[in-house]
Write a protein that binds this ligand. Structure first.
Ligand SMILES: O=P(O)(O)OC[C@H]1O[C@H](OP(=O)(O)OP(=O)(O)O)[C@H](O)[C@@H]1O
Ligand SMILES: Nc1ncnc2[nH]cnc12
Length: 180
């Protein structure tokens, strides 16, 4: 199947809801992708093709709580590498490092286990969606504190008008689908 067709399948499986979770937010719902094996496989195939083309050596995929967890482990399997969790505060046992950040619709804190990453490991960060970039920026900071080498921030959807990719520079962002 062509990449263009796979993109179309993934795009057709994203639903839009007005005013969720608060007035003025146009919520992009990725749950239909997970309900449709063909759409899910297309999304993982597109991520895999992109990474194989651009990054010959990836050590770890780090996923963001919670929707990054839906895509990251399947992708990590394709490369036979590990997946690590960057979670909302208070969910991870053991020694952790914490950072606070602001969202398109609120504030939150993210955590990583201190032994999740070895210094110098090459990491791809994955999430379902990039909006303001606040969550991804916080995750980059946590990973840099662990001395990871961040290869790229990977998302299924990028909301272009919120300019999250600008905020993340010099780290690069790759998205499968872009919306204004
Ligand atoms: O670019 P930003 O403005 O930071 O927004 C993007 C983040 O917001 C959503 O997660 P949310 O915090 O709603 O949590 P969830 O995945 O647990 O639903 C989304 O899954 C991203 O993680
Ligand atoms: N507009 C949006 N749709 C879905 N998830 C989001 N996370 C932050 N903004 C979002």
């Amino acid at each position: 199947m062509t990449e263009k067709r796979m993109e179309e399948i993934v795009r057709n499986a994203v639903r839009t809801f007005h005013d969720f979770p608060s007035p003025g937010i146009l919520f992009r719902d990725i749950t239909p992708i997970l309900k449709d094996p063909n759409a899910f496989r297309s999304a993982i195939d597109l991520f895999e093709n992109h990474l194989r083309t651009h990054f010959p050596n990836i050590d770890v995929i780090a996923g963001l709580d919670s929707r990054g967890f839906l895509f990251g482990p399947s992708l990590a399997q394709r490369f036979d590498i590990g997946f690590v969790l960057i979670r909302k505060k208070g969910k991870l046992p053991g020694l952790t490092d914490t950072i606070s950040y602001s969202l398109e619709y609120g504030k939150a804190e993210l955590e990583i286990q201190c032994d999740a990453i070895q210094p110098g490991q090459k990491v791809i960060i994955i999430d379902d969606l990039l909006a303001t970039g606040g969550t991804m920026f916080a995750a980059c900071e946590l990973l840099k504190r662990r001395k990871a080498e961040i290869l790229e921030c990977l998302v299924l959807i990028e909301l272009k008008s919120l300019e999250g990719a600008q905020k993340l520079k010099p780290h690069s962002v790759h998205s499968l689908l872009q919306y204004e």
